[in-house]
Design a protein around this ligand. Structure first.
Ligand code: ADP
Ligand code: ZN
Ligand code: ZN
Length: 725
């Protein structure tokens, strides 16, 4: 019998099956094994067992050993592996590495072994009634059945314990304890009675089979409760559940809520876990001890069997697309697992992605709506402030008069405020401060990106180049500014305005430590500060009852991002941040500052009319030929040597051009240096393609890419990438 093994080395040449003789070992597909490889010993994964091998028998070596008691890759995950390789053109080993905790590989983490103490049942009479401390220790053990020696020593006289063990009255065995993340979370199960809309949502899902639902529920409509009921229903049928939330909304609140409802059945998978915790949570899932996996993107690979429901909360969130190798789209992996298990999948959001809503309209997904907040609480009022008027009035500060006044009202009333700065990525645009004009590409209708080194404006889709603005073509003003403002600037301004108040700041710089972002949120939740300033990180999921004011300092920041999804993202962000206000009995106010007050995105965000926004946006996408009406394919070439990268780029481009010639499904093609031309010493260049949704020659493009990959130049192909930088 031969084991077909993938060795744990990430290298294109070695990313193929090697045959090994199984020998006397009893192996199954999915086992992790140790094998000889050249002069080395290396870990690998058995992906198949077969009687045949095309290798000459004298070349075949034998598997050394099996590393675990059970196959670490389940049959479902082996099937998923094939799906991902075919769909995303990934290395086999890179996919397999997604399926098990990184620290498990190479034996870097091990089960935590401990000594456990239990009572010898026949020995009670051997303790003298006068030996109080020995009796205490014995009773402590009896009450618990079994207890870790360390715990026993901490609670009773260690000398007495030692004495009892010596006399075989207490016995010791070697055991293992599981490291449980967030053990000290305080939680209470505040079960609620479902509203009519919620129970309708739950029963719709429960009565369906093998379906994908889009749960469109406004902020505060109680989507979490719907998820929990669907999970409970799956557990009642002896099935398992996977629930994904964006990393940054994986707050203590959410985790405590799940712990409270499902107890030790929940395994939490979070990037903040220690290696040991992650390993143990994963093992609890694969052994069936835990049956609900809650976590960020990578939890979609939870090693659960018999999955009864999969949930992706905030489905529109960008973090569900992996942007570095191995690249994959979480919802597509979820679809695979849904089909494999014949279960339902719920995609939930207050602001679904245009692509998902489009699918719901086409019947590919079934739409479920929660149109009202719990207890019919109103959505907050959004006031749009035209910052151009402020400039005319001589206010060049961060805050408009309106936002400043609302801040004073809020703080003086003892409430809390969240101030949101939308700042993502590298991108900066040029804008006229007098009329709000922003330069756009004439061909693509996306904002142009300012390239400082060349002092020019560029379209990141077609590569067209324009002169940088010095005078506004719209109004003739010379008041041109570069869009850019940071959280620090804003926090400083707030401290000056409210000298006595603590201002918390949450952004990439302040959340580096393991629990840093929990700490900031906890302080805010405990009302240790009245003002929280932050980026995207504060936009999601949080439920702070005393927040009555949300300020959006520069809403345009994402609007003028050079991306066809800029408007969609802006709508989502505004709705999400606005949704933080007025979640309890106190009504909320949102002040939104913009230089483009007439942009349609603000009109629909203010009225909260997602459907109208969708119609408008969808029409635009159709006209400008962007997804969902096309797919964008980017082929990214990178390497240290500029000339080599350029020549590969040119060659690949010519090959694809030949391939696309006369193919009507090819809508657009261009090539250029990437907006971020240099990252970590690597030059980056890209071929951009727009193809129709039914285009099926991607494998040929992958094959072209493969031909040019070398030790010096790497190439990745991405479909609908989140980020074109
Ligand atoms: P969403 O995720 O849709 O924004 P949440 O799930 O956070 O909304 O729910 C908003 C608030 O309403 C939470 O505080 C939640 O505990 C509460 N809630 C949810 N369902 C009910 C219900 N049926 N009755 C009372 N309160 C509820
Ligand atoms: Zn102007
Ligand atoms: Zn363009």
């Amino acid at each position: 019998m031969y084991a077909k093994v993938i060795v744990d080395i990430s290298n294109n040449e070695l990313d193929r099956i090697f045959d090994y003789d199984v020998g006397e070992l009893s192996l199954s597909a999915g086992d992790r094994v140790m094998v000889p490889f050249g002069q080395r010993r290396i870990e690998g994964y058995v992906i198949e067992l077969n009687e045949n091998s095309s290798c000459p028998p004298d070349k075949i070596k034998s598997v050394y050993s099996k590393l675990d008691d059970y196959p670490v890759i389940t049959p479902e995950m082996l099937a998923l592996m094939n799906f991902m390789i075919g769909n995303y053109h990934l290395r086999i080993i890179d996919v397999l590495r997604l399926f098990i905790p990184a620290q498990m590989r190479g034996g870097k983490v091990k089960a935590l072994s401990r000594k456990f103490v239990y009572a010898n049942p026949d020995a009670f009479g051997l303790i003298k009634p006068s030996a109080k401390m020995q009796l205490d220790a014995y009773n402590y053990v009896l009450a618990k059945g079994e207890v870790a020696l360390s715990e026993l020593n901490a609670n009773c006289s260690a000398a007495s314990v030692r004495n009892l063990i010596m006399r075989d009255i207490l016995r010791v065995r070697d055991g293992e304890i599981m490291r449980t993340p967030y053990k000290n979370l305080e939680f209470s199960d505040n079960s609620v009675e479902l509203t009519e809309a919620q129970s309708h949502a739950v029963s719709t899902v429960m009565n369906a089979k093998d379906k994908t639902f889009l749960l469109h529920g406004v902020t505060g409509s109680g989507k979490t409760e719907v998820y929990m009921h669907c999970i409970a229903a799956a557990l009642a049928l002896n099935k398992t559940a996977i629930m994904l939330v964006p990393e940054i909304s994986l707050t203590p609140q959410i985790m405590a809520g799940f712990r409270a409802r499902f107890g030790s059945k929940v395994a939490l998978l979070h990037s903040g876990l220690s290696a040991g915790e992650r390993f143990d949570e994963w093992r609890r899932l694969i052994t069936g001890e835990a049956s609900v996996a809650v976590g960020a993107r990578s939890a979609i690979f939870a090693p659960l069997k018999n999955v009864g429901i999969i949930i992706i909360d905030e489905e529109h969130d960008g973090s569900y697309t992996s942007e570095s190798n191995p690249r994959y789209v979480t919802s597509e992996v979820a679809e695979f697992r849904r089909k494999f298990n014949g279960c339902n999948l719920i995609l939930g959001s207050a602001t679904p992605s245009i692509e998902s809503y489009y699918k719901a309209k086409n019947g590919e997904y079934e739409l479920i709506e929660l149109p009202e907040r719990i207890n019919k609480r109103p959505l907050p009022d959004i006031f749009v402030v035209n910052m151009i008027d402020e400039v005319y009035r001589g206010n060049n500060g961060v805050f408009s008069a309106r936002l400043e006044a609302e801040l004073h009202n809020c703080i003086e009333a003892g409430n809390q405020a969240m101030i949101f700065i939308n700042r993502r990525g590298y991108s900066s645009y040029l804008m006229c401060r007098s009329c709000g004009y922003v330069a756009k590409c004439e061909q693509c209708d996306v904002s142009l990106v300012y390239h400082k080194e060349e002092d020019s404006l560029k379209c990141h889709y077609c590569g067209n180049r324009y002169k940088a603005l010095t005078v506004c073509p719209n109004c003739g003003s010379e008041h041109i500014k570069r869009g850019y403002m940071g959280t620090e600037t804003v926090a400083e301004a707030l401290k000056q305005m409210f000298p006595g108040e603590t201002v918390l700041r949450m952004d990439n710089d302040t959340t580096q430590g393991k629990d840093a972002h929990f700490e900031i949120l906890r302080k805010f939740a405990e009302k240790k500060a009245k003002i929280l300033v932050g980026t995207q990180m504060i936009a999601k999921g949080h439920d702070f009852p005393d927040v009555t004011l949300v300020g959006i300092v520069d809403a345009d920041m994402s609007l003028h991002f050079a991306d066809y999804r800029a408007t969609e993202r802006t709508y989502q962000l505004i709705t999400q941040v606005a949704g933080r206000a007025g979640r309890n009995d106190k009504p909320g106010v949102v002040v939104l500052q913009t230089y483009s007050p007439n942009h349609y995105v603000y009109k629909y965000a203010v009225s909260g009319d997602y459907k109208k926004f969708f119609e408008k946006e969808c029409n635009l996408r159709e006209v400008t030929k962007f997804p969902p009406f096309t797919r964008i394919v980017r082929l990214l070439v990178s390497g240290e040597n500029e000339i080599e990268v350029a020549s590969v780029l040119k060659n690949v481009f010519e090959r694809i051009k030949t391939l696309s010639d006369g193919d009507k499904r090819f809508v657009f093609l261009s090539y250029m240096w990437s907006p971020l031309k240099l990252i970590k010493n690597k030059r980056r260049a890209q071929v951009l393609m727009r193809v129709t949704p039914d285009y099926d020659r991607l494998p040929e493009i992958y094959a072209i890419a493969d031909e040019y990959i070398s030790g010096k130049v790497s190439i990745f192909v991405e479909v609908n990438p989140n980020n074109l930088s």
